[in-house]
Design a protein around this ligand. Structure first.
Ligand code: RB5
Length: 149
């Protein structure tokens, strides 16, 4: 499975740790940057990761900034993207199972490296339940995007 990953200047160190972890688990990782602590703008990297997913090149994405919040707001502006900002493994698992989230966001200033890789494992290890009310509700998210509400 191909995973897109991106961060802003607040999180290149944590991104490097997560990338190494993903590689050790056999994932192919596409890193859209940033690669340094020089100040930059998180929407640029959120957009780059979302583009990898909406184009079909990558199945899922990971975005890291200071809090994870800016990245999740920016990512959720994209049609077809369901981004969740998580700092607990229960939410990281459930957002795949219930919301069919395709982008996981978290903050380097919020979670440590140990929790970050556990969030990633919980997210990537879960599968969308794909039925019943979950299917109806995720279809409703698409309806909101399409202006049908
Ligand atoms: C950058 O200082 C910080 O605002 C950014 O990384 C992020 O936390 C925004 O949501």
């Amino acid at each position: 499975m191909k995973i897109a990953i991106g961060c802003d200047h607040a999180a290149p160190n944590l991104k490097a740790i997560v990338k190494k972890h993903l590689a050790s688990r056999g994932y192919e990782v596409i890193d859209v940057g940033t690669h340094t602590a020089e100040s930059c703008h998180y929407p640029v990297y959120a957009h780059a990761v979302c583009e990898k997913i909406t184009s079909g090149e990558c199945a899922l994405g990971i975005l890291i900034c200071g809090t994870g919040i800016g990245m999740s707001i920016a990512a959720n502006k994209h049609k077809g993207i369901r981004a969740a900002c998580c700092s607990d493994t229960f939410s990281a698992r459930l957002t795949r199972e219930h919301n069919d989230a395709n982008v996981l966001c978290f903050g380097e200033r919020v979670v440590g490296a140990g929790l970050a890789v556990e969030l990633v494992d919980a997210f990537l290890g879960a599968e969308y339940a794909n039925g019943g009310n979950h299917l109806t509700r995720v279809a409703m998210l698409k309806d909101i995007e399409d202006g049908k509400f």
